[in-house]
Ligand binder design. Structure first.
Ligand code: Q9C
Ligand code: ZN
Length: 343
């Protein structure tokens, strides 16, 4: 087993996010991945840590709109105090392709941005790219058959970012970029998303793809972010029909109810016969999380790994959300202990 990290991930550190008309401190703290990494070192497991390799941008552009990737990169030219934090969102039926509307001021209008919970500055690209490299490095170890279990400590997270949009603290979809490589070089892939929120970005990217199954357990979108996506009748389209499974859950559920639903998810995944499993792991399902509204306990994260392990294929776990900074290290450790048992 290996745990992948990159020091560069910390570079992206917005101060604020808008939430229901209030300007709040940015909940997605830049130390999130590092906190889990420090726990590994503290527990004497330094030997399983590995620094990420760098990959060409083509790996991202295989599943992300190349123009959006280039736009985030172009933000490296912003002034030190300048940032892209739009409050205007051009509707897509007016502006279907940016190439046809190149006059749009992308740094002012939120053309690629779908919420006001994200801010891009000159350091964002480097950190977001590093986060995707952390996921790709993990996928590489599995593709080359060097490892069967890998945990990529990605941050900023990725599952809300789609082909042509970012938001929800996510810039590039780390899990999707990695899953695409696995599906090209290893075989059909299932993505099990156990973040509190629906991964609308991951769903978007693979919605018409038959070779990547997306299964997500999340807070019911009729009540919780992202509000418009994650309903159980979203099943995939065209060749991807049947390869998208959403399991919306009510607020307040604990280990018991979650376990039943997770077992059902794993049963569906097994029927797909994937060759590899990507887990989008969010710790915002934790009982004390300030954003998520489930009541999972620390001990349950080990169980999540063990239940997912029943699929019986190599696992790439990718960090998504989890905002209770005080308990993130022990929740991360619990999950890692489960992964370790799968080796
Ligand atoms: N003031 C992930 O977990 N809205 N993203 C929260 C709270 C954004 C969560 C509002 C939630 C996005 C990766
Ligand atoms: Zn989340």
């Amino acid at each position: 087993m290996k745990i992948i990290y990159s020091e560069k991930e910390k570079l992206h550190r917005p101060e604020h996010e808008w939430s229901y008309g209030k300007l709040l401190p940015y909940a997605e703290k830049n130390t999130r991945a590092e906190i889990i990494k420090k726990g590994i070192i503290k527990d004497g497991m330094k030997n399983i840590l590995m620094e990420a390799n760098e990959y060409p941008l083509d790996y991202l552009k295989a599943v992300i709109n190349p123009e959006m990737v280039d736009f985030v990169k172009s933000c490296e030219e912003l002034e030190p105090k300048e940032s892209v934090f739009p409050h205007v969102f051009p509707y897509r039926d007016f502006t279907p392709e940016f190439t046809e509307h190149p006059r749009i001021n992308l740094k002012k209008a939120g053309y690629y941005c779908f919420d006001v919970g994200i801010e891009i500055d000159k350091d964002t690209f480097e950190a977001a790219k590093a986060s995707t490299d952390v996921a790709l490095t993990g996928a590489g170890l599995i593709i080359n058959k060097q490892e069967k279990i890998v945990f990529s400590l990605c941050r900023p997270p990725g599952h809300h970012a789609g082909y042509s949009f970012f938001g929800g603290y996510c810039i590039f979809n780390n899990a999707a970029v990695a899953a695409h490589q696995l599906s090209m070089h290893y075989g059909p892939v299932a993505i099990l998303d156990v973040d509190f929120h629906h991964g609308n970005g991951t769903q978007d990217i693979f919605y018409e793809q038959p070779n990547v199954l997306y299964v997500s357990l999340h807070g019911d979108p009729s009540q919780f972010y992202p509000f418009f996506s994650g309903f159980d009748d979203e099943k995939g389209e065209k060749l991807g029909r049947g390869t998208n499974i959403n399991i919306p859950l009510p607020s307040g559920i604990g280990d018991y109810e979650y376990r039943e639903n997770l077992k059902y998810a794993v049963k569906q995944i097994k029927k797909f016969h994937p060759q590899a499993l990507v887990i989008s792991i969010g710790f915002d399902t934790f009982e004390k999380d300030p954003i998520g509204e489930f009541k999972l306990t620390t001990a349950f994260y080990k169980e999540i790994a063990l239940i997912a392990g029943e699929v019986g294929v190599p696992i790439l776990a990718v960090l998504e959300g989890g905002y209770d900074i005080a308990d993130l290290q022990k929740n991360g450790k619990s999950f890692i202990m489960g992964l370790k048992e799968l080796e």
